[in-house]
Design a protein around this ligand. Sequence first.
Ligand code: DGY
Length: 322
Amino acid sequence: MARPKIIVTRKLPEPVETRLKSLFTVALNPSDTPFSTEKLIRAMGKADGLLCTFGDRIDAEILAANGARMARIVANVGVGTNHIDLEAAEDVGVVVTNTPGVLNDATADLAMALILASTRRMYYHEARLRRGDWAGFDITSGLGTSLRGKTLGVIGMGRIGTALAQRAHFGFGMKVIYFNRSKVLVPSIPEAEAAGSIEAVMAEADVISLHVPGDAANRHLINAKRLALMKPGAHLVNTARGDVVDEAALIAALQSGAIAGAGLDVFENEPRVPEALKALENVTLLPHIGSATLETRIAMGMRAVDNLVAFFADKPPPHQVV
Ligand code: DGY
């Protein structure tokens, strides 16, 4: 029987590409240049499966592919699937899979790094050092905030929110409160307290970290009204999806000093980052690297391959979204 044909939209770590080649007829993307819409449509029409990632916008047009679609599975390398029109996929009978679990530690580590960067004003200090504005050690200028005894507010207490809560509580002595849209049955750490609402978290926490999916219900979940509830010295960290925060409202809060700082790994219109954000010294900006360790990216790629293997063996893929 002919091997299924898989088109891969972006360059993958070498061990993942090697495994893919051993199992399927594969078209790789050595240049790593993102596919255009037309190229994605052609890929859906020519292959049995598409292996894609965040940044490949798989919308209804691509899924339908003018009726010429051949691909029956879209295997995403990544946990978030907000770049894929899941309803359209279901309508045309295309299976979508993702890669949860293996990126919890890397993403929680990065959220913790952003908490430290923001509360210790790392970008501000690094920028003045690089400008040559450092005259030597002193005791009182540019002081940050200690974490021990402060409150971390986690919005979205899933796998990544949980991993962050553990780091912040056991590693840094923070109290943890959280809001989750569905009830958390087994609290990640017994010491974490469920707050009754997002508003309660916004008002009480010294640092707020977002870990909700980027679905339509969560668009601008953190809006001007909720930002206004934050304490003046509080910090906001977002490693989830950019559009969970109203970026313009956040910029206004950072510019006015209504909040002390922010650490952002994701943006509303990636890869565009507003100039107004780049101009601020109380915000740390990273280019969507939450899961970007070699070990994690290999594990994510392997999980996507596991999904393809199961699907083409007529078994349920271990991580099927629709
Ligand atoms: C994820 O896994 O969703 C990361 O944000 C990268 O896509």
